[in-house]
Design a protein around this ligand. Structure first.
Ligand SMILES: C[S@@+](CC[C@H](N)C(=O)[O-])C[C@H]1O[C@@H](n2cnc3c(N)ncnc32)[C@H](O)[C@@H]1O
Length: 390
């Protein structure tokens, strides 16, 4: 069994590396060593070693409230974090405790990891998992991660493994002067795992990678809204900012689009996930994401396919909606007349601009209200973000 599990871990590491994660040898060694299956006691070991996010708790509305994230994105974020032996690290979003155990492996016995989760039941399970895996050097706390943890700080590294809408002042206060912060940051409904360092009195990004985490709950939750349209498949429509929608009308419109507008653009999955989604998010206030956790017939032609669910994007206003579907890889805007045209026009403009993505994206975060000029400015409660491409 031990040999078999070692083989599964080696296979997972190879997949993660092929997908661009675990470039840092310390991260690779942690993935090779820490037993993910112990942190996922309810799934079979071969499932635990797939490169997939595994939901471990759902809320009453049908939204996931905790999971073990996809190993590739965990490894990419740990690469961004550049953790070293002996460091003190704060994690927001303990979940199963697996990521905390990876970090504990990297920092070693002279380091320390504090991992915070909002949900006491999840904290209890994380503690059990960490003890079952024999992981030392991790303190798990029940609290709102936006408050950080002053008692064990300052920290050399702070990482959030839950989507953050804002940059909490506590993270600025509790990070050591030359520390690094890595967070899945909301950019009007899409997320980028942004590695920030301090520069003068503001945060400046060192790298930004596409990701998709469940959102932070509690007092620091963002204004985004999620409407579960089907509890069986967890078909969910997500809006970057709170407004009501008529879910019955949405389902009806999805079932019978008025027309289809071909775009002649056939992007790769990564170009869609990283490029087009960001393009829509920062330019189109009416945009939404539509995704499922299980196969759903309404997403059978969605351009981003699982496993196991699917995802697409679209535009929704008071007059109807349009979504993107794929016809043999070509993007087609399907929906209400004018809106389908507008959605197709975004695809053409993005394609015409050379399909920009997060490559060369620089994000600066200034204290809210700072007078800064930039092509794209996104205001949060505590910070004003500026986006620019090199
Ligand atoms: C994707 S899971 C984290 C995965 C985890 N790092 C692992 O290795 O399993 C996100 C976690 O963030 C937690 N969470 C949500 N809002 C939070 C908040 N305000 N403060 C702390 N944790 C929060 C959720 O309860 C959930 O367990």
């Amino acid at each position: 069994m031990g040999v078999e599990l070692n083989g599964l871990r080696e296979q997972l590491l190879a997949t993660v590396r092929e997908r661009g994660g675990a470039v840092d040898a310390l991260v690779a060694d942690a993935l090779r060593t820490v037993p993910r299956h112990i942190f996922l006691p309810d799934v079979a070991p071969d499932v635990a070693y797939r490169d997939e996010a595994i939901v471990t708790k759902w809320d009453d509305s049908g939204m996931p409230s905790s999971s073990s994230s996809q190993p590739t994105i965990m490894a990419i974020m740990l690469d961004q974090l550049e953790v070293a032996r002996g460091q003190r690290v704060l994690e927001i979003g303990a979940g199963t405790g697996f990521n905390a155990a990876l970090i504990a492996h990297i920092v070693g016995p002279k380091g320390h990891v504090v991992s915070i989760d909002l949900d006491p039941e999840i904290v209890g399970r994380a503690e059990e998992n960490l003890s079952a895996a024999g992981t030392a050097g991790v303190t798990v706390l029940t609290s709102d991660g936006a408050l950080g943890d002053r008692a064990h700080g300052p920290y050399d590294r702070i990482i959030a493994t839950v989507g953050v809408w804002d940059l909490a002042p506590a993270w600025h206060e509790q990070l050591a002067p030359d520390g690094r912060l890595v967070v899945p940051l909301d950019l009007r409904g899409v997320q980028r795992s942004v590695c920030f360092e301090r520069e003068d009195e503001h945060w400046t990004s060192r790298s930004a990678r596409p990701c998709g985490f469940m959102r932070m709950r509690g007092a620091s939750a963002g204004p985004d809204r999620n409407f579960v349209l089907d509890k069986e498949t967890h078909l969910t429509l997500s809006l970057p900012e709170g407004r009501e929608i008529d879910t019955a009308a949405v389902l009806e419109a999805l079932a019978a689009p008025e027309r289809e507008v071909r775009t002649g653009v056939s992007p790769t999955q990564m170009e869609l996930f990283d490029g087009l989604a960001l393009w829509l998010a920062i330019r189109e206030p009416r945009w939404f994401a539509l995704g499922s956790h299980e196969p759903d017939p309404r997403l059978a032609a969605a351009p981003l396919q699982g496993p196991p669910g699917a995802t697409t994007a679209g535009i929704l206003d008071d007059f109807g909606l349009a979504t993107l579907i794929s016809d043999n890889g070509e993007l087609v805007a399907a929906g209400a007349d004018r809106i389908a045209d507008e959605l197709a026009a975004h695809v053409s403009a993005w394609d015409g601009a050379g399909r920009p993505d997060s490559d060369g994206l620089r994000i600066d975060a200034y204290p809210a209200g700072t007078d800064v000029a930039a092509a794209y400015v996104i205001d949060k409660k505590h910070v004003r973000l500026t986006l620019a491409w090199d």
